[in-house]
Design a protein. Structure first.
Length: 149
C-alpha cells in the first residue's frame, strides 16, 4: 500500500479523516497477514515509510504508524504519505546459554534460613503446639468463670 492520504474534505471532519486513515492501514495489514505464507516463511513482516510527501518519506517501524498519523493530526497537515509493503519475515533464534546442572545442586536450604528439612518440620510442629496450648488455655479460663457463678 503506497498512498497519500488527503485529510481535507468539505463535509467530513478532520478527526474522522484521521480515523479513516488509521482504519485503512489496520485493514490493509490485517488483510496481508491473513494471506497464505510461502514455504519456509515464519510470518509477514512490513516495510513502512512515512512522510509529508513521497520524497520526504523515511523508514519507520510498523508499531509507530499510529504515532506518526497522530503527529500529522497535531500538525494539522492537509495530507501525508504512507507506504506499507508486506515482505516475508524469518524468525531469528537467540542462542540459549547452556545451564550447568551442578549450579542447582550447590544451592542448599541454608540459603533460605533453614538448616535442614527436619528443622522445618520441628518449627511447624512447635507452632501447632503453641496454637493448641493457647486454645486450651482459653477453654480453661471459661470453665473457671463458669464454676465461680
Amino acid at each position: 500500500m503506497k498512498k497519500t492520504f488527503s485529510l481535507s474534505h468539505p463535509k467530513i471532519k478532520y478527526a474522522r479523516m484521521i480515523d479513516a486513515a488509521k482504519h485503512d492501514v489496520k485493514k490493509y495489514i490485517k488483510r496481508e497477514r491473513n494471506k497464505k505464507l510461502p514455504k519456509d516463511v515464519d510470518f509477514w513482516d512490513f516495510d513502512c515509510k512515512y512522510g509529508n510527501t513521497e520524497q520526504d518519506a523515511k523508514v519507520i517501524h510498523q508499531a509507530e504508524i499510529n504515532q506518526y498519523i497522530a503527529e500529522a493530526e497535531k500538525q494539522q497537515l492537509e495530507s501525508f504519505y504512507l507506504e506499507v509493503v508486506a515482505k516475508p519475515g524469518y524468525r531469528t533464534y537467540k542462542p540459549t546459554p547452556e545451564v550447568d546442572e551442578t549450579d542447582f545442586e550447590d544451592e542448599s536450604e541454608e540459603d533460605f534460613g533453614f538448616d535442614s528439612a527436619e528443622s522445618v518440620d520441628e518449627a511447624e510442629s512447635a507452632d501447632n503446639t503453641e496454637a493448641s496450648s493457647e486454645a486450651e488455655g482459653a477453654d480453661n479460663t471459661e470453665d473457671s468463670n463458669e464454676s465461680k457463678d
